[in-house]
Ligand binder design. Structure first.
Ligand code: BEZ
Length: 238
């Protein structure tokens, strides 16, 4: 389908599978062009309402603590808000102090400056329900996970008043990376190492060959055989 390959135009909601706009921006790590910055990595771009605010400080503090976990998974983090570079640099020192980090240690990933609100508008990140003191819409807490093919793999949208859970973002990345290379799906609350599910699109005859570790089918009152589990594959299917 043609729209799966389009690059999203101005101010348009992105759909899963869309190529993420290759925007240019100023960040605390210097000028960046998204696709070049990502290279062969996965990316997480997340927005926050403002610098020097309480919930945002706890969120970026937690993301900074978990940064080695994202690096281990070949994922590059990027934060974004409608504040200036100068504000980002000042605030990132506060975040590191909130984390009780060693004095002088650097904030581990770029924060994008969007003080002209161009990107938040283009990427549909504004929350019209929440306004700042001057009546401008606040930036929502968006999370975009971008694959190495530069396509949108997942988006989550929280209002300004609810902080996110970055352990959950790591968990969904584990699922996205596993399911990118294996014809499986992950059930509720799945964690790496748990059994995974055989998707309904795979016929019983094919499932046995695809999953040599075995397929367990739970008996159900309907008699339908759709609840099929298999151990998590350790190698990538071809
Ligand atoms: C905060 O980060 O604390 C926050 C920002 C905007 C609205 C509500 C809370």
């Amino acid at each position: 389908m043609q729209h799966r390959h389009r690059e999203t135009d101005r101010c348009c909601r992105m759909l899963l599978g869309d190529v993420f706009p290759n925007f240019e921006a100023d960040s605390t790590f210097g000028k960046m062009k998204l696709h070049d910055f990502l290279g062969d990595s996965w990316g997480v771009l997340f927005s926050h309402p403002r610098d020097f605010t309480p919930v945002c400080t706890t969120e970026l503090g937690r993301a900074a603590q978990l940064s080695p976990e994202f690096i281990k998974r070949n994922v590059k983090l990027m934060a974004l808000s409608v504040d200036s570079l100068e504000e980002h640099h000042g605030w990132s020192k506060d975040i590191m102090a909130y984390n009780n980090a060693e004095p002088g240690s650097q904030f581990p990933f770029p924060i994008i400056a969007d003080d002209r609100r161009e990107l938040v508008e283009r990427l549909g990140m504004l929350d019209p329900e929440e306004k700042d003191r001057s009546g401008m819409p606040l930036t929502a807490r968006c999370v975009f996970v971008i694959g190495p093919d530069k396509k949108l793999k997942l988006s989550i949208l929280y209002p300004a008043t609810t902080g996110r859970n970055f352990d959950e973002i790591l968990r969904v990345i584990d699922s996205l990376q596993l399911t990118a290379h294996n014809r499986v799906a992950t059930p509720v609350d799945w964690r790496p190492g748990n059994s995974v599910m055989v998707p309904p699109s795979i016929p019983e005859t094919e499932a046995a060959a695809l999953f040599p570790a075995g397929v367990y089918t739970k008996d159900l009152p309907s008699g339908k055989k759709y609840l099929r589990y298999t151990p998590q594959p350790n190698t990538q299917q071809q």
